[in-house]
Design a protein. Structure first.
Length: 146
């Protein structure tokens, strides 16, 4: 399996408001950058979309390290999602899971992609080079809407 290091980030100008997502992917010497945006969204949706777009871009099963500054996404996919699915996409307080459409999409990519994924939280805006670049790309996604 090819090792791939991925850094993702989301951004939103107003929450909700215009938002963007950014991805920095590295496989050996190869580097790929992706970004996009949506006119009316939330920061959490853009954090999720960044990871979805990164995994979608992989063409074959890989050993993936995902570095992200969103505990919402990291804990959601590693801790909370099993309970949400068991409860019919409801939270412990019986409320509908927010962003369930994107959680389902991410879950499908994780379960069906054949990747060996490790999830790593990094502190945002703390000088971590990969996270800083993903943040710049996410902001480019917002700017692309203008």
């Amino acid at each position: 399996m090819t090792p791939v290091i991925i850094h993702t980030d989301g951004a939103c100008k107003g929450n909700p408001g215009p938002g963007g997502w950014g991805v920095l992917m590295q496989a050996g010497e190869h580097v790929r950058e992706l970004f996009g945006g949506e006119t009316q969204t939330t920061n959490n949706r853009m954090e999720l979309m960044a990871v979805i777009q990164a995994l979608t871009a992989l063409k074959r099963p890989c050993r993936v390290e995902i570095h992200l500054d969103s505990e919402y996404v990291r804990k959601g996919i590693t801790e909370w999602i099993a309970g949400w699915k068991a409860k019919g996409w409801r939270t412990a307080s019986k409320q509908p899971v927010k962003n369930a459409d994107l959680w389902r999409q991410l879950d499908d990519l994780v379960q069906q992609g054949g990747h060996d994924i490790s999830w790593h939280w990094v502190k945002g805006h703390a000088g971590h080079a990969g996270n800083e670049r993903a943040d710049e790309l996410a902001n480019q996604g917002v700017e692309s809407l203008r």
